[in-house]
Design a protein around this ligand. Structure first.
Ligand code: HEC
Length: 135
């Protein structure tokens, strides 16, 4: 009985923390960069995928975050999966795939040509450090 009460008490404290954790509550350096990409020279399917990306990846943090982050193709694949699997991400498998293909293309076209204009992705520890400095 006591165990059950303790469980409910802990669960009610922890559940809201999970809800908050979905949304980003930290500003990363890349969040302050430009919030759009000129895709006018991209192939039509990439222009279409850009809209999905712009719509889906701005739910929990600014779209500037992925726009100004440089990663390898393999890292983008992992990252899109990680974002998709966050609770309430609202991103389906097929949308995730389309977004990943867009990010891989954009990485090659825009970021790999001028890497110093972009930010490398941060480790969880680096993000935690920024979070504690900002709160
Ligand atoms: C459900 C909420 C949510 C959605 C949707 C989401 N993200 Fe995120 N994203 C986060 C959180 C949380 C972090 C971790 C840092 C933080 O706490 O702000 C993060 C961090 C990032 C980072 C920072 C990487 C680094 O380490 O510097 C990138 C890039 C990123 N997201 C890209 C994307 C892309 C691309 C999409 C769309 C496929 C996306 N996000 C959709 C919540 C989300």
């Amino acid at each position: 009985m006591l165990k059950a009460i303790r469980f409910v008490a802990i669960a009610s404290l922890v559940a809201p923390m999970f809800l908050v954790a979905q949304s980003s509550n930290v500003t990363l350096p890349q969040d302050k960069g430009p919030g759009k990409i000129d895709v006018s020279s991209y192939p039509p399917e990439q222009q279409k995928a850009y809209k999905v990306f712009d719509n889906k990846c701005a739910k929990c943090h600014t779209i500037a975050r992925p726009i100004n982050t440089t990663m390898t193709k393999a890292e983008w694949e992992r990252y899109v999966k990680r974002m998709m699997h966050k609770p309430n991400s609202g991103i389906s498998d097929s949308q995730g795939k389309e977004i990943f293909e867009f990010l891989a293309y954009d990485q090659q076209m825009r970021k790999d040509k001028n890497p110093s204009a972009f930010y490398k992705s941060l480790s969880d520890e680096e993000i935690e450090k920024l979070r504690s400095q900002q709160h």
